[in-house]
Ligand binder design. Structure first.
Ligand code: F6R
Length: 614
């Protein structure tokens, strides 16, 4: 997604804003721009560049613009191609005010046509530009910035986090938030505004999040905030967790590699944090122990990798607690007929806690009075603020666009929760619950041991071999099917290889026609002997069509290993935890293939880390 950063204070805004943008570049990166009120001329100066942020940095090094109040932006285009013309900031007709924006203005075409009819001159193809022209119009009429904001937000439909800078109010910025996240960082006689606290990069110790549908005048020493009805609101400043602002690669070539290696410890921290909750779990999760006992259905909502974690967790909840569980894609759930049910627990999963599709479902569910538990990695996220309760994963900052440790910690937390609910409902003993927590840590060990055992083979031999194929099929059964979905997603997003995951049983209903010696078939086995036998039959179907099998198998599964061109072998473990054991090797393999294909890895083309628009 796009990122906005603003600064107002006593220092030069340019370097601080560029530094902030570089920390947020993971969110979107096809063009960027900077504007500030020039200290000498007192007018707005602006520079924009297409491509990486480094292009903007170079331009500003050659021709600096000095000013203590400025705004900046990195863009991930939605409306209008990546170009200098479409890069933010966007200006009013007289170049007296400018805006940077993250989100989508859904009714921009209608607004633009009306404004053009009144003589406004537009310079871009973006939806964003209407914001500053609507504001210009209203400011001219009301001569009050507050009134103008109120009239502007009345007209804008969609989601937006934006920052306005006005030449005639050179000591402040205006931040406006509807749905998309926006926060303000407070320093000593200086303030930052940004889409994500990471932008503050060790510059401030306190941060406040704009509540939904609010705006604020942010000066160096004060913040004056209002809701969309014009009522004053207080922003609540809290201390920033240093961990979240100092994420570095620590000697690894990519964040993704570092994050893959962090998984054992992240699982450990997640289990420790969950179990430290004790009886306070029910209070934190917003559902009492009695209500938990009465639950008849669990519905999990998420997108992408978080949805895959939810699909995996269906097996945990159904088989451990006996509660019927389904995981739905947020983007689909929202547009289906909704049946409110009082005995359903909703779990909204999101690493970032800012994914627009997931948040919109949460808002709809809450409007219907449903119980929604957030499972997220970011304690300060919108998801935590908008759900009735929350459970946190402890993955730490995940910087690579492709999710790795967030996935395993989501699985660990969901597995832990299923065991905890089963214990609360009298399905398992305390001893069994404690054993399950230990087993999670063992699964984390297996994950890391798997990486250690196979990394040389993968980097030295397998990656260059598999990097030559343009299509892959992934097969799994039972819990290894959603795991196959996740593996296929990883290969698509970081190696740009078309890959399709199927439930292995579906093979003969169509996809078998695709099997030939040009399409590797990656089979994820299952420790359960009955399911393994079925997977083996599927592997035989592939082998007899000259398919090249790469398998993830468990000790003793000799037949599958023999049918495979390559096989990774894992210690036998409970089926529910088998996916954790396989995760490290799966991710390293996809990473190594992407590297062998010369891909960008941490910042795949067209993708953004935090998808804050629907
Ligand atoms: C894939 C990936 C995405 C995210 C998805 C949801 O590697 O990272 O598919 O899982 O965009 O993001 P969150 O979990 O932040 O809601």
């Amino acid at each position: 997604m796009c990122s906005v950063v603003g600064y107002v204070g006593h220092r030069q805004s340019c370097s601080l804003i560029l530094d902030g943008l570089s920390r947020l570049e993971y969110r979107g990166y096809d063009s960027s721009g900077f504007a500030c009120i020039d200290t000498q001329t007192r007018h707005l100066g602006c520079t924009k560049a297409v491509g990486r942020l480094s292009n903007l940095v170079q331009l500003l090094q050659k021709e600096p613009i000095n000013g203590n109040v400025g705004i900046g932006h990195t863009r991930w285009s939605t409306h209008g191609i990546p170009s200098e013309r479409n890069a933010h900031p966007h200006f009013d007709c007289h170049k007296k005010m400018a805006v940077v924006h993250n989100g989508i203005i859904e009714n921009y075409q209608i607004l633009k046509a009306a404004l053009q009819g009144e003589g406004h001159l537009f310079s871009s193809d973006t939806d964003t530009e209407v914001i500053v022209h609507v504001f210009e119009q209203e400011y001219a009429q009301t001569e009050s910035a507050k009134e103008a904001v109120l009239r502007t937000v009345e007209q804008l439909q969609g989601a937006y986090a934006c920052v306005l800078i006005l030449e005639d109010q050179p000591d402040k910025l205006i931040g406006i938030r509807k749905s998309s996240p926006l926060c303000v960082g407070r320093g000593k006689n200086e303030m930052f505004i940004a889409s994500d606290v990471l932008a503050f990069s060790g510059q401030v110790e306190e941060v406040a999040f704009f509540p939904q549908e609010t705006f604020a005048f942010v000066a160096a020493d004060a913040v004056e905030a209002y809701d969309f009805l014009g009522n004053p609101v207080s922003l609540f400043f809290e201390k920033l967790d240093a961990l979240w602002i100092t994420a570095e690669k620590e000697g690894h070539e990519h964040f993704m590699l570092k994050e893959i290696y962090e998984q054992k410890s992240a699982i450990y921290k997640t289990v420790a944090s969950c179990s430290s909750l004790g009886a306070s779990l029910w209070e934190k999760s917003g559902i009492s122990s009695d209500a938990m006992k009465a639950i008849k259905r669990i519905k999990i909502i998420g997108c992408g990798t978080s949805w895959h974690a939810g699909r995996i967790a269906e097996f945990f909840f159904e088989e451990t607690t006996g509660i019927s569980t389904t995981a739905a894609l947020a983007s689909e759930f929202r547009y289906r007929t909704f049946f409110p049910e009082s005995d359903t627990l909703y779990i909204a999963i999101s690493q970032s806690g800012e994914t627009a599709d997931t948040l919109e479902v949460v808002r709809m569910l809450r409007q219907h009075g449903q119980t929604v538990l957030a499972l997220t990695n970011v304690a300060s996220s919108t998801l935590v603020r908008e759900c009735g309760g929350f459970l946190l994963t402890q993955a730490g900052p995940e910087m690579a666009v492709a999710s790795t440790k967030a996935f395993t910690t989501q699985i660990a937390a969901l597995y832990w929760l299923s065991q905890r609910i089963a214990y609360e409902r009298g399905k398992i003993t305390q001893e069994a619950f404690e054993h399950a927590q230990d087993a999670l840590l063992v699964a984390g060990e297996f994950l890391e041991n798997g990486i250690d055992s196979y990394k040389h083979q993968i980097f030295e031999k397998l990656a260059s071999f598999y990097a030559n194929f343009e299509t892959f099929i992934f097969l799994g059964r039972h819990i290894s099917y959603p795991f196959a979905l996740e593996a296929a997603l990883k290969l698509k997003e970081i190696a740009y290889v078309f890959s399709q995951a199927y439930p292995a049983g579906e093979l003969k209903h169509g996809p078998l026609a695709l099997v030939d010696d040009q399409t590797p078939v990656c089979i994820f086995s299952h420790p359960d002997p009955a399911i393994y036998q079925k997977i083996l039959s599927n592997a035989q179907e592939v082998a007899s069509r000259k398919g090249r099998i790469l398998s993830f198998s468990f000790e003793g599964q000799k037949e599958l290993q023999t049918l495979s061109e390559h096989s990774f072998i894992f210690p036998t473990i409970h089926p529910h935890l088998s996916v954790i054991a396989m995760t490290g090797v799966m991710q390293i393999l996809m990473y190594a293939i992407a590297k062998a294909r010369g891909c960008e890895i941490d910042r795949p083309r067209n993708l953004a880390k935090s998808v804050t628009v629907e």
